[in-house]
Design a protein. Structure first.
Length: 95
């Protein structure tokens, strides 16, 4: 397994987690993904295929969580609103 496969798995997990509409769950999922990949960055080459297999199972798990969370989604939180306000202000300054 190459570095390319690991990065593809990482991106796939991040994409799946970022689709969650709930701010708290989304940030929890993304934080756990980053922590898990950082924790396993120095593993031996022999362990990489098993970890990639576990990551592909995690993609399915994250997609199920996101689906359920989006079924019972609450209105956007204040934190989501602040993020968009800050992005808008930054874009206005660049113009």
């Amino acid at each position: 397994m190459s570095k390319k496969d690991v990065l593809a798995s990482f991106r796939k997990l991040l994409r799946a987690g970022s689709k969650c509409s709930d701010y708290n769950y989304r940030n929890f999922i993304l934080r756990r993904i980053r922590e898990d990949f950082r924790e396993n960055k120095d593993v031996a080459q022999g362990q990489v295929p098993a970890l990639l297999q576990a990551a592909s199972q995690q993609v399915d798990y994250v997609q199920r969580i996101v689906t359920v969370q989006n079924l019972y989604a609450q209105p956007n939180s204040v934190m989501d609103h602040l993020k968009w306000v800050m992005c808008y202000k930054i874009l206005k300054r660049k113009q």
